[in-house]
Each structure stands twice: as structure tokens, then as C-alpha cells.
Design a protein around this ligand. Sequence first.
Ligand code: GDP
Length: 371
Amino acid sequence: MPQCHGGWVVVERVLQVVLACGVRLADPGEFTRRAFLNGRIDLVQAEAVMDIVASKSQAALQLAQKQREGALSMRIEEVRLHLLRALALVEAYIDFPDDDLGETDISAIQNSVGAARHMVADLLLTFEEGRIIREGISVLIVGKPNAGKSSLLNRLLNENRAIVTHIPGTTRDIIEETITFNGLSVRLLDTAGIRHTVDVVEQEGINRALGKIDQADLVLAVFDASREFGHEDRMILDVLAGSRTIAVLNKADLPRQLVLPDEGCFVATVTIAALPGEGIDQLKQTVCRQFLHSAAPDSREYVALSKARHRDALATAEQSLQQFSLGLPDRNLELLALDLRDALQAVGSVTGQTATDEVLDIIFSSFCIGK
Ligand code: GDP
């Protein structure tokens, strides 16, 4: 479109003139960093700006928006207030060494620390789901040649990306596509059919498929339900032992011959017919159910941790609070105060109250744009 291109040329020219006047382009994350340093937003909210820009799915966007609006920050602040209350009481007694910590104060301290521990533990439990919403999942499709792996991939993608033929061994490398299932970002990997082979290229494809099993969040093991269970199917069951796998019984449009042994080792079994496209929605829902358990991310009360930095900080706080509870019977006030301060330091680092410049540099330099 020449008009559009012309528009860009004008914008570029104007930009050059402006830059020539001494104006500079914003550094990565500069505006957000300033908003943080001016106290308009905290660090969780600043990081959420980056997540909004990078969100890969509707669910990831909603989660980031909630964090940007302060839903997670409010929870963190509540934890901090409980800890501050407990610390104030402990420190009051440090200042008056002649007074003994009375039972009423001990139970007040225990209540505050107990409430904080409870909230921290609840938040830590949300991390796996939050991470998955933010980053999406990887799903590996495996099965013997001709089971219908490529047909399934095409059905899921609604296009003919993978080559479908009746000649076993057609997909020799890993085919990768990203799509969304009910708002969840899913990276699909279609692999070479697993079987014994003397073909060096095919064997390399099989090795690559096997190498991906441990890294995948979920495996879809595709079986040809119109054939009897064979030694190649057995090979697949053996290599999948211990991984989170859904058994996908394909070719349900044909008379069923397959009797699948060890069904208990799968997290679910779904029957489909990839060619005519039956059972595909049920399969997508079953995949989502493995990862999304709690309230939907678009619900009002949904709060989840989604960053390893937040998880690590809260795990550190949890350890300090555990230490505190273990030390409480000894009533060594200095040590108790130390544990509470450590916990406060860790909790405060999430929202940035106690984050060092070094940490801030790392966070803001990972912005890809001058937002
Ligand atoms: P892959 O080697 O596991 O990737 O298998 P393909 O997807 O290439 O399919 C192998 C053959 O099975 C092709 O001829 C497909 O058309 C056929 N096929 C795949 N899914 C179905 C199905 O649900 N029903 C029937 N009848 N045939 C299917």
C-alpha cells in the first residue's frame, strides 16, 4: 500500500528531525520505571505492564491486567501489614527487657504471623497455574507411525500444516505450532512416529521425539483404535512411563479393535476421529482441565502469582516465618524479630519496597520497548 508506506516515511522523517533537535528515544521500560520510582505504581504493577505487552493469550492478558490494577499487590500488602503488626509487638518488648512477653501478646503475634503464613501459602499454591496462564503449555504429540498424529495436529490447527499420508514415517522432524485452547496458549509439537527402524534419518527424528518427552508439560499419546494393541504401542507406553499423558484413541469412525492396557497410567483417555473431526473439542477441554483448576482468570477475585521472582521471594518469606514459629517457644526476642524482618524484606521485594537497584535494573532492562 503506497499511501501507508508514504505515511511511515513521513513519520520517520519527523522522528529524525525531532531526534536531531536533541530529543532521545526512551530506553526499554523507561516510562514504567519512572512511574515506579515516582511511587505511582509498585514493582508487581510495573512488571505487569511488560506482561500485557508480551501476553500470548486472552487468559494471560487478563491475568496481567489484574496485576496491573493492583490485585496481587493488595494481597502482598495485607501480608506485610500482618507481619508489621507482629514485629511491632516483638520490638516493643525488646525495648522494655524487664517486661515478659504476656500470653495475650503472644497469641496476638501468633495470630498475625499465622494469617501471614496462610496467605503466603495460598499465594504459593497459585504459582503453577499462574505460570501456565502467563507462559502457556507445551504439548507433545506422540504415537506409532500412521496412528493419526499429523491428522490430529491439522484438526487442532484447522489447516493442513503437517503432511498427512498413509505411508508410515512421513513426519521425520518435529513440527511446532502455537494455538490457543479456551484462552490458554498451547505450543503443539508433532513428532516422528515411534517404532523400530533402520532408516538413519527416521531414527534421528524418533530420538528427537523421545528427547522432548521430559520437557513437555503434557503428552498426547495417539493410538490407532481400529487396530489391535501391538509391540509399537507397547514401546510407546514404556517410554511415556512417568510423564503426564492423555491417551488419545483415534479412528473412532472405524470398528474398534484396540484394548488399551495400563489405562490407569494416563491422566485421562479421550476418544476421537481426527479425519472426520470428532471429539476434538472434548480433547481441548480435557487438556485445559489438566492445568486450569481454580476460578477463571477473568473472575473478579482471581489472583495468581505468575513470575518465578515473586514465587522465590514468597518461598523465602515462608521459610523465615517457619523459622519464627519454631523459635517462638524459646522467646528469644532478638531472633524472633530477625526472622520477621527477613520475612518482611522478602515480601517487600515483590512489590519493590525492598528491591535493590540491581534487581530493578534487571527487571526494567528486560522490557523490549521504551514503554
Ligand atoms: P501419523 O503418521 O501418525 O502422523 O498419521 P497421519 O495423520 O499421517 O494419518 C495416517 C493415515 O490415517 C492417513 O491415511 C489418515 O488419513 C488416516 N487417519 C487419520 N485419522 C483418521 C481417522 O480418524 N479415521 C480414519 N478412518 N482415518 C484416519
